[in-house]
Structures are given as structure tokens and as C-alpha cells.
Write a protein of this length. Structure first.
Length: 94
């Protein structure tokens, strides 16, 4: 196994190290933001299960804000379940 050369690192090496660190930190921040969105989504869905007004709002937001076809396809089963829950709530009322 060869030893790493010892001695001062060049400025270009230091820049490369700093850029790699920035890239790792950006990836870490992106993962934290994604995790926060997942937690928020779960909390909102839990609230929608307990509150018919929140359920209606969740459905409206999904229909209005989810516009990319790929995203719409991925969320379609959840949207169907939410709509079925809303219909069941409406039957209980009336």
C-alpha cells in the first residue's frame, strides 16, 4: 500500500476538497428538506383523516397543485382513497 504524499496541499487540491465538502453539505440539506416534506405530508394526511374539512382541503390542494403527469400518476391511489373517505363521510352525514 503506497503512502499518500506528505507535504502542503496545493491550492487546487484545497479548492477541490472545499467543493466536495460543499456538494456533500448541499446533498445533506436536500435530504433534510425531503424528510421534512414527508413528515409534513404525513401530519396533514393524519389531520385529514380526523377532520372532514381538512380532508376536503387536502383533496382540493392535490387536484390544484399536483400538475406534473408523473406526480399525478404516483399520487392517484392516495387521491382515490381520500375521495372514498370523503364520500363515506358524506354518507354518514346524510
Amino acid at each position: 500500500m503506497a503512502d499518500k504524499p506528505k507535504g502542503p496541499r496545493t491550492i487546487d487540491q484545497q479548492i477541490a476538497d472545499a467543493e466536495a465538502k460543499v456538494a456533500r453539505l448541499k446533498e445533506q440539506a436536500r435530504k433534510q428538506e425531503t424528510a421534512g416534506k414527508i413528515i409534513l405530508g404525513g401530519a396533514l394526511l393524519a389531520a385529514a383523516e380526523d377532520d372532514p374539512a381538512m380532508l376536503k382541503l387536502a383533496i382540493e390542494l392535490i387536484e390544484k397543485r399536483v400538475t406534473r403527469v408523473h406526480d399525478s400518476d404516483r399520487i392517484a391511489p392516495l387521491l382515490r382513497r381520500l375521495k372514498a373517505d370523503m364520500a363515506a363521510n358524506d354518507k354518514k352525514k346524510g
